[in-house]
Design a protein around this ligand. Structure first.
Ligand SMILES: Nc1ncnc2c1ncn2[C@@H]1O[C@@H]2COP(=O)(O)O[C@H]2[C@H]1O
Length: 268
């Protein structure tokens, strides 16, 4: 059914590893994985086998770490290669540095005749319809080529609310322009560092609370949706949340800012 709520399992949403937390990975329905961080390790073999499409936001380790292991665990159980979608630069980096037959087998060519994955380049702004779901690659500004994603039910007759994921990004007007044009049901946006680390956040293409608060002023006045904070660095979680709450209180229009947790189940 096209109008049933779209379940999104937060397998991981942390900016680093620590007991009980995992790095970025979201399971949309049961067949689309957005990023493949350490959260993938909490899936059963049955869960892994059902994943037909993996969308990667960028090539950094915390977002791709479990892809090689996922393919090794579930590849032989599947009848078709997993479609791995990402920017061409991301796919090239993966192929060169990970699936190079040294760090890991090249599963885009192995096993011979029935490889476990198919690398599918995408462009920022591209929209893919996958069964009854729609995935759009959104602009992001990070230290390496990156995208975010908007995911929704495909509804031919009417726009459906989207789950929007910023990916790793610093401030980026193009992202907010697209967000304002979409029917957003909920937004997951990163705030990796506290304001004390604002310099590092800027150098590494991330948000800090003051920068995020300024960015949130770009949301059109008629838009309301929950804003979930992700990708916080484990050593700074409480500092980031404290600073973000204070910055949000000072906005002329305070927003519905929430904390995203590993294991959370979102319904769009
Ligand atoms: N110049 C830097 N100095 C220290 N740490 C960095 C620097 N650049 C990037 N990093 C860290 O490396 C991490 C790579 O993944 P992230 O972008 O999530 O977050 C980044 C920071 O935590």
């Amino acid at each position: 059914m096209n109008d049933t709520p779209l379940p999104i399992r937060v397998l991981g949403c942390s900016g680093g590893i620590v007991a009980g937390q995992h790095t970025t990975s979201f399971l949309v329905d049961d067949d689309i994985l957005i990023d493949a961080g350490t959260g993938v390790a909490s899936l059963t073999l049955d869960d892994m086998q059902r994943i037909d499409h993996v969308f990667l936001s960028h090539a950094h380790l915390d977002h791709i770490l479990c892809l090689p292991l996922l393919l090794d665990a579930a590849g032989a159980l599947r009848h078709a290669p997993v479609q791995v979608h990402a920017l061409p630069e991301t796919l090239a980096a993966l192929h060169r540095h990970v699936f190079n037959n040294q760090i890991w087998p090249d599963f885009s060519a192995l096993p011979r005749g029935r490889p476990y994955m198919n690398l599918v380049p995408l462009k920022t702004g591209e929209v893919l319809d996958i069964g009854n779901k729609r995935v759009e690659a959104l602009p992001a500004r990070h230290s390496v080529p990156a995208v975010g994603y908007a995911v929704s039910r495909s509804m031919p007759a009417q726009p459906a609310p989207c789950w929007v994921f910023s990916g790793d990004t610093g401030p980026n007007r193009a992202f907010w322009e697209r967000v304002n044009a979409l029917d957003v049901g909920m937004l997951v946006i990163e705030t990796a560092f506290s304001d004390d680390e604002a310099e590092l956040a800027a150098a590494s293409g991330h948000m800090s609370p003051a920068v995020l608060a300024e960015s949130l002023t770009h949301i059109a006045a008629d838009k309301t949706f929950p804003i979930y904070i992700s990708h916080t660095k484990p050593a700074e979680v409480s500092k980031i949340m404290g600073q973000l709450k204070a910055a949000n209180r000072n906005l002329s229009r305070p927003l519905d800012v929430r904390w995203l947790a590993t294991g959370q189940l979102l319904h769009l």
